[in-house]
Write a protein that binds this ligand. Structure first.
Ligand code: MN
Length: 240
């Protein structure tokens, strides 16, 4: 049986529906996972949904409401997904409690950080970060800015100095106490985080590995963790 990978999806108010770029589904499938889409639902369903998956992939999307991290809105242009925000906060905390593997992409890394007591910059330009274009003009199939990866496990998978794609105007401000910085851009923006607890698999990246081919090592590593084959060698399969 393939590990069941729950993938969060975006609100699509124009259609009174939901949407997801197919790259996420393709990457999970190619990495050996069973992709299952998780639309925003009632917060009270989060625990039950967490109990029915083996790993959580937090996909990209629009901006988080500032009230979720205790800030008033700044005069910046944002697009919000309030229903999705509420559901994802509950889902992330339920999945965290179950200690399931998590891979968080773009909006996902921000949500993971917010749900576990971190905060984000509401707009990088407004916050004074203007040295690097984190909203690249290039196609997302190619990279645009460098990141330095300091986490040994991610560096082994991806390399220490790599070029990533970038399509975000927000980023982590106050890091959640549950995480360690795993990669930074030259302007100091946090581009990846990993769980402090080595017994947990939780990786967040600010870039979009799902659009890069061949399928990123991040996905195979995450799906293997969800399958219970810990690639870090710190947990044994016999634990369950
Ligand atoms: Mn970036």
């Amino acid at each position: 049986m393939r590990p069941r990978i729950g993938i969060t999806i975006s609100e699509y108010p124009e259609y009174d529906g939901f949407k997801l770029r197919r790259d996420y589904v393709r990457a999970v499938e190619m990495a050996g996972g069973l992709p299952l889409l998780l639309p925003p639902a009632g917060e009270e369903l989060a625990a039950e949904i967490a109990a029915s998956i083996d790993g959580l992939l937090l996909s990209g999307g629009d901006d988080f409401l500032p009230e979720l991290f205790g800030e008033l809105p700044e005069p910046v242009e944002c697009q919000f997904e309030p229903e999705r925000d509420r559901f994802e906060m509950a889902l992330i905390r339920a999945v965290w409690q179950r200690r399931l593997p998590i891979l968080a992409i773009c909006r996902g890394i921000q949500g993971l950080n917010i749900a576990l007591d971190g905060s984000i910059y509401q707009d990088l330009t407004y916050a004074g970060f203007d040295r690097i274009a984190h909203r690249q003009q290039e196609d997302m199939k190619q990279g645009s800015h460098p990141v330095h990866i300091s986490d040994p496990h991610l560096a082994q998978l991806l390399g220490e100095d790599i070029i990533v794609n970038s399509s975000h105007h927000q980023a982590i401000k106050r890091l959640s106490p549950e995480f360690t910085i795993a990669a930074v851009a030259p302007d100091g923006i946090i581009e990846a985080i990993v769980a402090k607890d080595p017994q947990r698999y939780a990786v967040g990246v600010q870039w979009h590995p799902e659009t890069l081919l061949p399928v990123s090592g991040l996905f195979t590593d995450f799906v293997a963790a969800a399958a219970g084959q810990d690639t870090k060698g710190e947990e044994s399969d016999a634990d369950e």
